[in-house]
Design a protein around this ligand. Structure first.
Ligand code: IPE
Ligand code: IPE
Ligand code: MG
Length: 261
């Protein structure tokens, strides 16, 4: 059994969450690798390397908790702004992690999917993503969407372009586009809305991640840097989520009888 077993170990006993306290879809901005490394006198890429174990352990913890969809931000459409060395490292690293971990994830029943754009992305990364998708396509324990070269605004823009093409060719009637139509044209159309939007490292922003899908997500920001994350940190976030009052715009009248005259 590998060190990243999804099977409960005594020190990793999954809390007894109520079934509807567990989010159906968790989105994670895996942030803080560079700061983790620099704080140890290491270069940024060492932080990315250390993030691999965190991801595997978080996937295991999500399976244990009964989460069905986990979507992780691995490389944004804005991350091309980083130094050529870091970009090159991240491309090669994503490819190697997929190659190295796909059998293990497959054995856990994980379905791997890719969300993101082809332009600029290394072809070797695309082919590794496609191979992982193919290998794991019949799995249904948990869907792990790897967002590589992903940006939410461009995802929505691409959807708009596809919609206008279908209007022009007569497949769609002008004026007939609904929220459901837009959802259908997104790259991530197979995913339910995000329930829990989680970001590590203390930053409190969305950074162009799943903006449409997170319209009613609960946001949890933890100070833990991504390489220090593990399944117990994930469960801490699920616990915070379970205490939230999700109203979706509705309201329930509950006058406090003790304070009324
Ligand atoms: C997240 O960590 C990983 C990627 C964006 C690829 P960072 O590299 O952003 O680490 P910080 O935020 O600089 O510490
Ligand atoms: C978001 O983190 C992208 C990923 C985690 C892949 P960044 O570190 O790139 O975001 P900003 O620049 O702090 O907003
Ligand atoms: Mg960052």
């Amino acid at each position: 059994m590998s060190e990243f077993s999804p099977v409960a170990k005594p020190e990793f006993e999954v809390p007894d969450f109520e079934p509807n306290a567990v989010p159906k879809h968790i989105a994670i901005v895996m942030d803080g690798n560079g700061r983790w490394a620099n704080a140890r006198g290491l270069t940024r890429v060492e932080g990315h390397k250390a993030g691999e174990a965190a991801l595997l352990d978080v996937v295991a913890g999500a399976i244990q908790a009964g989460v069905k969809n986990l979507t992780v931000y691995a490389f944004s459409t804005e991350n091309w702004k980083r130094s050529p060395d870091e970009v090159r490292f991240l491309m090669g690293f994503n490819r190697e992690v997929l190659r190295k971990r796909r059998d293990q994830l497959n054995a856990w029943g994980v379905r791997i999917r890719w969300a993101g754009r082809r332009p600029k992305l290394w072809l070797s990364v695309i082919s590794e993503l496609k191979a992982a998708e193919k290998l794991t396509r019949n799995n249904d324990t948990l869907t792990l969407t790897m967002c590589v070269n992903y940006g939410s605004r461009i995802e929505i823009t691409d959807a708009i372009n596809a919609i206008t093409e279908d209007v022009a060719s007569g497949k769609l009637k002008p004026g007939s586009v609904t929220e459901k139509t837009v959802q259908k044209y997104l790259n991530t159309n197979y995913l339910p809305d995000v329930d829990l939007f989680l970001r590590s490292s203390g930053e409190q922003r969305a950074s162009n991640f799943l903006l449409w899908q997170s319209a009613y997500a609960e946001f949890v920001f933890l100070d833990t840097l991504w390489p220090d994350f593990n399944r117990t940190t994930l469960w801490q976030a699920i616990d915070a989520y379970s205490g939230r009052d999700r109203r979706f715009g509705g309201a329930v009248d509950k006058p406090n009888t003790a304070s009324s005259k």
